[in-house]
Unconditional design. Structure first.
Length: 319
């Protein structure tokens, strides 16, 4: 019996690496839990197109929208860890996990990091009909409104919600949040003047600003001027104490083998290094910022802890 058991154990141990070596499968599905046309969707489609050519496989982008990204994220957390399903998210994913205690998954436990793709400063967008020349003009206007003002975002717990709430808090503005299904809808609210402002990453803000359809007043990071020359950061515009870029990355179901995660990440890195991809990202106000699976896993956990603390400071309470 012992003579038979040893070869069987060796065979079983050797079977796991073979599954990783068989990656990629004939079809990979990447769930984007936000609306089509949003920053995450645009960047993931750009990278996935080049990954599919390199891997010689089919990659499907599956927009599963709802509950501020929770529905799509939970769906991926429930999938088998076999390298067939991944989750593409932005920093909003981490903020939501931080401030909403009802989220049915845990970053680092139910969903594990694969890699970060890009970073983008976020931009405050307003309707051109206001005629604001600066953030201070907006603040002065807001303080004159007896009932306060409204801002929109891609949903409760989105990164844009954090940006907007932090700005109102630090500027001393009485403001109420109007959550939307996604970033395009929030931007449309601001563009149409239904709310005073919204924050959006470069892919959703810069093309519309260049087309004259909305106005960009400030950015959350000094790096914003690299993509939209002349735009000041919040600090440069007189609102001190808050700064941050949006990030875009990929997760996988828990227990997905590290070999699969690293292979997927390596293909992402190759795509992000292509001149055409870099050029396209730059036009969208984003830049490649690759980090691999282990580092991204640690970063995501730290980000959730930071967002929880900041959310409590600016008044976004856990639900």
């Amino acid at each position: 019996m012992k003579r038979m058991l040893l070869p069987l154990l060796i065979l079983a141990a050797a079977a796991t690496p073979l599954k990783a070596q068989e990656f990629p499968p004939p079809q990979i599905r990447i769930v984007v839990p936000f609306t089509a046309g949003g920053g995450t969707d645009v960047i993931m489609r750009l990278v996935a197109q080049n990954m599919a050519e390199s891997l010689k496989t089919t990659i499907i982008i599956d927009n599963r929208v709802g509950a501020g990204g929770v529905i799509g994220s939970k769906h991926v957390a429930d999938q088998a860890p076999d390298g067939r399903t991944f989750l593409a998210v932005a920093s909003a994913f981490g903020v939501r996990a931080a401030i909403d205690r009802t989220v049915p998954y845990e970053v680092g436990k139910d969903l594990v990091g694969v890699g970060q793709m890009a970073r983008s400063p976020s931009f405050m967008v307003v309707s051109t009909q206001h005629g604001f020349k600066s953030l201070q003009d907006l603040i002065a206007y807001a303080k004159k409104q007896p009932q306060g003002i409204h801002y929109s975002s891609a949903g409760v717990g989105s990164t844009a919600h954090l940006h907007a709430a932090a700005t109102a808090h630090l500027a001393g503005i009485k403001a109420e949040h109007v959550p939307q299904r996604g970033t395009p809808e929030a931007v449309n609210d601001a563009m149409a003047g239904r709310v005073l402002y919204a924050f959006a990453p470069g892919p959703n803000a810069i093309p519309l600003a260049r087309a004259g359809k909305l106005q960009i007043l400030v950015t959350t990071s000094p790096a914003g001027a690299n993509f939209f020359p002349g735009v000041p950061s919040l600090a440069q515009a007189g609102v001190q104490g808050y700064e941050g870029d949006d990030w875009f990355g990929v997760f996988a179901p828990a227990n997905t083998p590290m070999a699969i995660r690293e292979r997927f990440a390596a293909e992402m890195q190759k795509a992000l290094a292509l001149p055409a991809v870099k050029e396209r990202l730059a036009t969208l106000g984003a830049e490649p910022a690759f980090i691999g699976a282990a580092q991204f896993d640690a970063f995501a956990k730290d980000y959730v802890a930071m967002a929880r603390k900041l959310g409590e400071t600016v008044g976004i309470k856990p639900q």
